[in-house]
Design a protein around this ligand. Sequence first.
Ligand code: ZN
Length: 141
Amino acid sequence: MSYETPASKNYEAQLRQVGLRPTRQRLALTELIFGAGDRHFSAEALHAEAAADAIHVSLATVYNTLHHFTEAGLLRVLSVEGSKTYFDTNTSSHHHFFIEGENRVVDIEGGPVQIGALPTPPLGMEIAHVDVVIRLRPKSR
Ligand SMILES: [Zn+2]
């Protein structure tokens, strides 16, 4: 499932297309999220960015919007840090590096990540995604 979400697109039409009402706050957040290519971010970081851009939204609104975008298939959720959720504008299947200390998520670009046999999911379930997160830290000398 892939959506075109590059900059200078008609965000209003895109939101309608996935069944979301293009409120002013949603449009402003959409521009922030998709205006600069593929990226990974947390709700808190996006909220801070919005504030710096004089977009007045509560953190709860940011959470709600991200939840709706995810449901609509515009974003993918990455759970990297137990409690912290990161969102990814690239909804295709791909893997990530997580840089410890910087709390930064980066795509693994076409690297050879091989996954062996996967477990059989419980009855009535199927595997939706396999997310590999490889944690990085600076080499200790
Ligand atoms: Zn990614």
